[in-house]
Design a protein around this ligand. Structure first.
Ligand code: NDP
Ligand SMILES: N[C@@H](CC=O)C(=O)O
Length: 350
């Protein structure tokens, strides 16, 4: 079965997803009976292109990587160029909108409006954008259900490492009382690099070049990105809405090379930790750098790798570790959701 996809945002993650779809086309067809057609891409500076019978992915990637613009994408009589994100969502024949614009930690826009418009027009949404999921979790889940469409956001926490499906599917039956983790790739990369003697700014530049950091890295450095992830986890795992503003939040900008060395001399490490606890239906959470012993499991989590620990009543603590950021990994998270969206559709036919 063919699933038509429109992409809103075509930065690092968007392009990586297109590349994965192109590489895995045959396998997706053989294993899942899934044929993915990218029919539209709409991006602020790179422009927009729509073709109802599907775009040529290698040409799309070549065009944007060579010229930085979709203006030069080869046209046929079917091609429409220049649609805004909302025109693309409303007027394209896509079944699924892949929302991969930047995360705005204050308003969740423009992604929040993109999700609403997609659901209003009967389209599913798959996103890695933390904004709408952290700020409007319940509202969007309910709207997707009311409109009988799919809402996937696995990549919003720990990119392609399935930190959200693990508690809701694999750990089902447990009561989870506490979650803690290293949930930001950029800051963990910087702290690891500083332990190896690199300057803060140089480490940040490297994290940006590797595609880990947010468009505005203040979000990473000051802990806002993790605060959003904590709000998503509270909603998703505990079923309790938590306003990001109510989460105590401190970042890593106050940490100096001296602090890092002082911790090392005591057999300890600094980690930016998120803690989310539930008791009697009330959730409290915090995000802050903490000095932990080197024999703590989380002390061994280095570079852009992240880890999350679920404290379960039956299975005890379960730790999941994997990439917390990265273009390929995050592109893959979109694919996981797309496969689940497809499976759900297939199941509904039986
Ligand atoms: N990179 C990572 O490791 C991870 C990223 N994420 C999330 O995934 C999303 C995408 O990340 P990434 O690809 O790295 O970010 P980029 O900044 O590389 O890409 C975002 C793209 O969205 C475009 N854009 C902005 N506003 C609009 C709009 N209104 N309509 C259409 N396009 C728009 C930008 O265009 P322009 O540049 O032209 O302004 C840019 O090309 C973000 O929300 C991020 O938080 C989640 C997990 C991991
Ligand atoms: N900027 C984020 C990307 C994933 O959410 C990070 O560094 O973890």
């Amino acid at each position: 079965m063919s699933v038509k996809v429109a992409m809103i945002g075509f930065g690092g993650v968007g392009q990586s997803f297109a590349e994965i779809v192109n590489e895995k086309q045959k396998e997706l067809q053989q294993k899942y009976g899934l044929e993915v057609e990218i029919v539209a891409v709409s991006d602020v500076k790179k422009g927009a292109v729509y073709q109802s019978d599907g775009l040529n992915i290698p040409k799309l990637l070549d065009c944007v990587r060579r010229t930085g613009s979709l203006e030069n994408y080869p046209e046929t009589s079917q091609t429409i160029k220049g649609w805004s994100s909302l025109e693309t969502i409303e007027q394209s024949n896509a079944d699924v909108i892949i929302e991969v614009t930047y995360t705005d930690v204050k308003t969740g826009e423009p992604a929040l409006t993109h999700c609403h418009r997609a659901f209003d027009t009967g389209k599913s949404v798959i996103t890695t954008n933390k904004g709408p999921v952290a700020l409007a979790y319940k509202e969007l889940i309910e709207k997707a259900e009311d409109n009988e469409v799919f809402f996937g956001f696995e990549g919003t926490v720990m990119s392609g490492t399935p930190a959200l499906r693990l508690p809701s599917e694999t750990l089902a039956g447990n009561e989870i009382r506490e979650i803690k983790g290293v949930l930001n790739g950029t800051t963990n990369y910087i702290l690891t690099a500083m332990e190896e003697g690199m300057e803060f700014n140089q480490a940040l530049e490297k994290a940006q070049a590797l595609g880990y950091a947010e468009a505005d890295p203040t979000s990473d450095l000051e802990g806002y990105d993790v605060r959003y992830k904590a709000a998503i986890l509270s909603n998703h795992v505990f079923g309790v809405p938590l306003d990001p503003k109510d989460i105590f939040c401190a970042g890593i900008t106050g940490l100096t090379a001296h602090d890092i060395n002082e911790a090392a001399a005591c057999d300890e490490k600094w980690k930016l930790l998120a803690r989310i606890r539930q008791g009697n239906g009330v959730v409290t959470a915090s995000v802050q750098p903490e000095r932990i012993k080197n024999d703590d499991l989380l002390a061994g989590i280095m570079g852009a790798t992240n880890a999350i620990v679920y404290e379960c009543d039956l299975s005890g603590p379960i730790m999941l570790t994997g990439s917390g950021a990265g273009l390929k990994e995050t592109g893959f998270s979109l694919l996981i959701d797309l496969i689940h969206c497809h499976k759900r559709k297939e199941l509904s036919k039986t």
